[in-house]
Design a protein around this ligand. Structure first.
Ligand SMILES: [Fe+2]
Length: 198
């Protein structure tokens, strides 16, 4: 299936002051759009045209780097817009919170580890909360890679490419990660993906 740039699920200025209108304009309209356009060009003739996005990501991994990078980034960003909301952060829905406590040593420990994964992803990439073999794990991946290609299902991810934070936070990636966790995460969307992945 051809890739299509979605509308943002909120106004461009809705995540201020934690993520600016300018960041979202560049990140969504320019960066994500480039992944969609380039991905569609590379999808043509790849033999994967009729597959789902998830299948395109998994089947191009290690075989068609150009297509994989763009399809992976399209998948990651489709979810990334929904992993944030105005007045985000806050309480984690009960069943998911219990699972985080059970598998990851508590909510505070999870937040620390998730932020640490983002901080220590050298260069561009993503930090994740993913479900693998029935257990939650904090992961990190380089560039456009994601947990799908490691046998896991991502339920939360944060983009640590500089294009995601440099306008608002300059080089202070840890400040961006803290703001993401405390003020932007859309836990209802994370819970929805968790329920689907279970
Ligand atoms: Fe991005």
């Amino acid at each position: 299936m051809a890739f299509k740039l979605p509308e943002l699920p909120y106004a461009y200025d809705a995540l201020q002051p934690y993520m600016s209108k300018e960041t979202l304009e560049f990140h969504h309209d320019k960066h994500h759009n480039t992944y969609v356009e380039t991905g569609n060009k590379l999808l043509e003739g790849s033999g994967l045209e009729d597959k789902s996005l998830e299948e395109i990501v998994k089947q191009s991994y290690g075989k068609n780097a150009g297509l994989f990078n763009n399809a992976g980034q399209h998948y990651n960003h489709l979810h990334f817009w929904n992993w944030m909301k105005p007045n985000g952060g806050g309480a984690i829905p009960g069943a998911l919170e219990a699972k985080i406590k059970e598998d990851l040593g508590g909510v505070d420990k999870f937040k620390e580890d998730f932020i640490e994964a983002g901080k220590t992803q050298f260069g561009s990439g993503w930090a994740w909360l993913a479900l693998k073999g029935g257990k939650l794990e904090v992961m990190k991946t380089p560039n456009g890679e994601n947990p799908l290609v490691h046998g896991a299902t991502p339920i939360l991810g944060v983009d640590v490419w500089e294009h995601s934070y440099y306008i608002d936070y300059r080089n202070k990636r840890p400040d961006y990660l803290k703001a993401f966790v405390e003020n932007l995460v859309n836990w209802e969307y994370v819970e929805k993906l968790y329920n689907e992945a279970k």
